[in-house]
Design a protein around this ligand. Structure first.
Ligand code: COA
Ligand code: MG
Length: 298
């Protein structure tokens, strides 16, 4: 299954947990971190584990858990509590470098052995830009990271706090300031370099679905695939934005056909436009995504 929409659900909210099931989100991220207050951490761990154990069939919706960061003493108890529920994956926040992701991979191996799960079954999605150091360590992912890592997203809120900023946007335009655009670009290029899914950042203005749609399309044009949601109404919009339209699919098929009809040619003309290898690659990528979406929805 290819995950377009990843919906955060506070792990201690009975109401929201029940609302998540049946929501259009391809994956839920049951949260044990920032949306849970410290005095409710134990309750949330139990609720998340029970929720996972009651839903072993993940064919319609994957179930992930965001644990607390590795530099707190909450992360290991979070993991130990939820692994009996065999989550599809762990969302790891506030990483400093690829070393954190590899450490998480080792913890998961131990807990998978304890639970009798296949070693390596639990995937990782890291939030790659929430510490100041993280902006300087992206190269570490290219030096070797566990193949549990399948997705990477970025964040501008915790990063603003880490950088000592009072705001992360230009008040005149509403656009992200330079450090956040750098974080976004580094996340995208690193994810593509190591062949993991680059996931678009949360869109916090959750009542503004038109704004969300526009940002999804901008993310998609740039190379991101999928987006994090914080409200159930966002999932449908995200799914739609990341599903290639009929026109796009028809065009991609035409590009593939014209190259197949002209074997040996590196450049061809279609509808008055020049096409070369990058266009063929884009067309094939799009068809692969369409197939994966179809497979996930069947
Ligand atoms: N997951 C599942 N259900 C959710 C939800 C979520 N993330 N956010 C809201 N809902 C539910 C509400 O409980 C409500 O259902 P109900 O009428 O049965 O109670 C319904 O959807 C409509 O919610 P609404 O009233 O529009 O929003 P709200 O004011 O209750 O909540 C937020 C707004 C932002 C607090 C809420 O969306 C939320 O908790 N989001 C997740 C925050 C989070 O996890 N942050 C960490 C990652 S950045
Ligand atoms: Mg907390």
């Amino acid at each position: 299954m290819i995950v377009r929409s990843w919906l955060f659900v506070p792990g201690d909210s009975e109401r929201k947990l029940s609302k998540g099931e049946g929501n259009a989100a391809d994956a839920l991220i049951l949260d044990l971190e920032d949306s849970v207050s410290d005095d409710r951490q134990d309750i949330a761990r139990d609720m998340v584990r029970d929720y996972l154990q009651a839903r072993p069939d993940r064919s319609q919706q994957q179930l992930w858990v965001r644990v607390n960061p590795l530099d707190t003493d909450l992360s290991l108890p979070d993991l130990a509590a939820v692994m009996p529920g065999a989550p599809d994956g762990i969302v790891l926040p506030k990483v400093y470098s690829a070393a954190d992701v590899n450490t998480m991979g080792n913890y998961l191996s131990a807990l998978e052995a304890r639970e009798g799960l296949d070693i390596g079954a639990t995937k990782i999605h890291c939030v790659a830009t929430e510490t100041a150091a993280s902006l300087l360590t992206f190269h570490t992912y290219l030096d070797g990271v566990t193949d549990r890592l399948v997705a990477m997203t970025w964040g501008g809120e915790d990063l603003a706090a880490a950088l000592g900023a009072s705001d992360n946007r230009n008040p005149a335009t509403g656009d992200y300031d330079d450090p956040y655009l750098m974080a976004k670009s580094l996340c995208l290029s690193t994810a593509r370099a190591i062949d993991v899914q680059p996931v678009g950042v949360v869109f916090v203005d959750f009542r503004n679905l038109d704004g969300l749609r526009a940002e999804c399309l901008r993310d998609r044009r740039a190379g991101f695939f999928g987006k994090i949601a914080i409200h159930p109404a966002q999932s449908e919009v995200i799914n739609e934005a990341f599903t290639p339209s009929e026109d796009e699919v028809a065009h991609a098929q035409k590009v593939i056909d014209v190259f197949e009809q002209n074997p040996g040619l590196g450049t061809v003309g279609l509808d008055g436009k020049m096409l070369d290898m990058p266009h063929l690659k884009q067309a094939r990528n799009m068809m692969a995504i369409v197939e994966q979406i179809k497979a996930g929805n069947s």
